[in-house]
Structures are given as C-alpha cells and as structure tokens.
Design a binder for this molecule. Sequence first.
Ligand SMILES: [Zn+2]
Length: 145
Amino acid sequence: MKENTDQDLVDAATNVRENAYAPYSNFKVGAAVEADNGDIYVGCNVESASYGLTVCAERVAIWKGISRGEKHFKRIAVVVDTQDLTPPCGVCRQIIWEFCGDVPVILSNLQGKTETVSAGELLPRAFDSKFLSNAHQSGQGTNRG
Ligand SMILES: [Zn+2]
C-alpha cells in the first residue's frame, strides 16, 4: 500500500486546481482524497452558465473514487488561492461525512499555508445514516390499522 503524506495530497490538489472550470467566479479549487488503500483521487470545481449546477472540487474527487469502486476515504486536501484558508462548503461537508467520516481535512493555499481540521469540527452533530435506521417505526402519518 502506498504511504502518502499530507503534502502529497496537497500537491495533487494544487495540480488539479489548474484544471478548474471556473470562468464565472474565477474561484479555482482543487481537492484530493485518499482512499483506504492509498490511492488518491483528485477533483476540481466545474461551473456552469446555469450557476446552480456548479459542482465543487471535493465532490468531484469523491465521485471519481466512488465510481472507481472505492467505499471509504481516510483523508482529504482542499487547495484554494486565498489568504485565509478556505474550508469546504456545507454541501461538501455533508458528503465528506458520508464517505469519509471524521477524517482529517487539510486546508491549504498556494503560499503553502496549511491547517488540518477534522470533518467533525466542520460538521458538528452531523446527520447520517444512523438516524435513518433509528427512525420511529410507529406508522405516523400512515394508516396501518
Ligand atoms: Zn462544496
């Protein structure tokens, strides 16, 4: 199994950031996730003239891994060219929780400033599948009589 460093992920995210399709915002983002087996999947943000269809780099990276058969990721890096390090948006925090759990999220910029936070810090009291299985099976709203 390949042993990656945090810097390996940051480098991969920095490189793929160049491929970002962000003609509307000029806000280019690169992300890299590390699967449990050490494979790294990268993604960049992809915008659309219909703004709402934009997909973030984090999700593109995770979707790539999932589509290759990965089930879980153990680390993610996000690189943005901002002075203040940019965390994942709310939607991506939910998706990171779904496919990674409480993993390290490495935030970095092009100047090499880096900070690692946990997914749990970014999304406290997260909603996930355990609530689906804990739902009351009382038949509320249905007529089972
Ligand atoms: Zn996002």
